[in-house]
Design a protein around this ligand. Structure first.
Ligand SMILES: [Zn+2]
Length: 164
């Protein structure tokens, strides 16, 4: 069964907006994985990938092939998606503060009382991801080389990943 782990945040107007999140629990012991996309709300490819992956996860779970758990947040940033102007999503920076949505997660997570809606949103997203053994945050661009940031704790094992 898929567990709804969605959470609410406030937007610039103080209205409640939901961040949809779902957890697929496997039957065995395996790693806890957290997948999210759309932190920069205008990066559509990762969001689509996770929506499609959720269908596959549901099948794998029903067939008992899923071990561990996978938490999926396919559209992580309702604040950015709400910044729709002149026919496009202006998702990279928060309109009201100019903050890049993908910067300062560590500071927001450490705050006792986050003061901006972006900090509050970041803190809740980090809290959802924190128990995971593996966390992937999908980003895309028009022109970019494929790359992967990894935590130093994965080194030197991660050095082999580039050769695959
Ligand atoms: Zn991005």
């Amino acid at each position: 069964m898929v567990q709804d782990v969605s959470f609410n945040v406030r937007n610039n107007n103080g209205d409640t907006v939901q961040v949809g999140a779902w957890r697929f629990e496997g039957e065995g012991h395996g790693p806890k994985v957290h997948l999210q996309a759309g932190v920069h709300a205008d990066e559509i490819a990762g969001m689509l990938v996770l929506h499609l992956l959720m269908q596959r996860l549901q099948v794998a779970q029903a067939q008992g092939r899923l071990k561990g758990s996978v938490t999926v947040v396919p559209q992580a940033n309702p604040l950015g998606i709400g910044q729709f102007r002149q026919g496009r999503i202006l998702g990279r920076y928060h309109d009201a503060t100019g903050q890049n949505f993908n910067r300062g997660f560590d500071q927001s997570a450490a705050m006792e009382t986050p003061s901006t809606v972006v900090q509050q949103w970041q803190q809740k997203l980090v809290q959802l991801a924190a128990p995971a053994d593996v966390m992937l945050d999908l980003h895309t661009d028009d022109e970019a080389l494929p790359y992967l940031y990894v935590h130093r704790s994965f080194w030197p094992v991660a050095a082999n990943w580039r050769r695959r």
